[in-house]
Design a protein around this ligand. Sequence first.
Ligand code: GRF
Length: 196
Amino acid sequence: MKRVAILISGSGSNMVSLAQSMTGDHPARPVLVLSNVPEAGGLARAQALGIDTTVVDHRPYKGDRAAFEAALIQRLDAAQPDILCLAGFMRILTPGFINHYAGRMLNIHPSLLPKYKGLDTHARALAAGDGEAGCSVHEVTAELDGGPILGQARVPALPDDTAETLAARVLPFEHRLYPAVLDRFARGDRTPVTLP
Ligand code: GRF
């Protein structure tokens, strides 16, 4: 059984969908939810699901990324994770951290990568007049939002969309895509998932 740690910074809706997918004959189980934000709503949701939670607040480290990441690694490795899932985790990770979990760390990004790496993805897709948008799950490498793509979901972007209405259309697909990718990844299958 693969042990999965999920990293969050906010509401944790992707964490909830991942956690709820890991049942029955699914080859993985959630063992820890870690947040860098003490008041993240996802912490209470994880506790309600019976998952251990922990907080490593980045603020006391005042930009000392190496010290913050050393604390992350110490806390994470205490749970002995086989796989890390970043799910709305909003901190940039250095190559040192990424190398420590090389080949076993996933992230979900709200765009059709390689388009729109970074922030404000939906607003940028709309500003470009794209007719479609979506989300991607990728393996995390040192290049921000740049690792091998393990799954994508496409949704229409409509002329009267705002970033908020488009985000609301994409989010349910995130909640289906990430669990589908994790299930394959935990079985050692890197065949990309395409939705719908
Ligand atoms: C989602 O849009 C996800 O794509 C991005 O963070 C947002 C919030 O996710 N990574 P969650 O509700 O905290 O899972």
